[in-house]
Write a protein that binds this ligand. Sequence first.
Ligand code: AMP
Length: 283
Amino acid sequence: MDIARSVADLRMRVGGWRGLDQTVGLVPTMGAIHDGHLALVRAARAACDRVVTSLFVNPKQFGPTEDFGLYPRNEADDARLLSDEGVDLLFAPSVDHVYPEGFATTVAVAGLTEPLCGAYRPGHFDGVATVVSKLLIQCAPDRAYFGEKDYQQLLVVRRVARDLDLPVEIVAVPTVRDADGLALSSRNAYLSCAERAIAPVLYRTIAEMARRLADGRTGPAAEIEWGRARISEAGFDRLDYLEVRDAETLEALDAVTRPARVLVAAWLGPTRLIDNVPVLPRR
Ligand code: AMP
């Protein structure tokens, strides 16, 4: 697997493949590669002739009090895992290369970015939309792969691609979980043993809510009240949100009559965990 550090190098490699009529899949990541990222790579491998993975810890999507400095970085380990999975090219630019002096453009998506994580992480989705727009323009892939783990991000990226007429298919990949249900995340490395033991309650709670909501015998308000109590009793330090929202628009729902999502963000000590599951109403 080769490593490209510059956009020119990336474009040269991708241009070579295009000349051979080969299709290209892009998997954007911030590194600290785990099986969730590798599921995206496998999906790309299965559908595209060539796979590019980007590795860039994007400072613009971290708030001033967030974990940009602490975020786990180990390019050598990441490169080995990605190479073993058959990635053709790793695009790993420096911060200065992505945001050279004078950089002044922000891609901002209205509406979808306002609730949920957008309300708790001001500027986060501007940072995501800006860097993903750049990556999609730089690499010009046929398909780009995003995890449902970051569900709001997935919808934001879809919106950007549509609104900016980017000729790319945005492909969603289901969340990969540990055996006890905890969604894999680079931030799980921050958890102490005691916190790691509590963490799976998040998934168990939203999965149970989704099951009951799909049956149609209860509604979002009652389930959210039950879920909040369960998460608090389990020992989470703070709940940012626990909500039931439309799966496409993220509008809040009084009743689940169309495909929905239960979404949660909660803190264990200094670590913020997010998760979500689908609700498919059975009647
Ligand atoms: P990150 O490196 O955390 O920015 O994630 C890069 C991509 O991997 C994003 O599209 C994430 O949604 C996706 N991803 C992260 N964790 C998981 C997971 N457990 N299952 C599936 N996709 C994931």
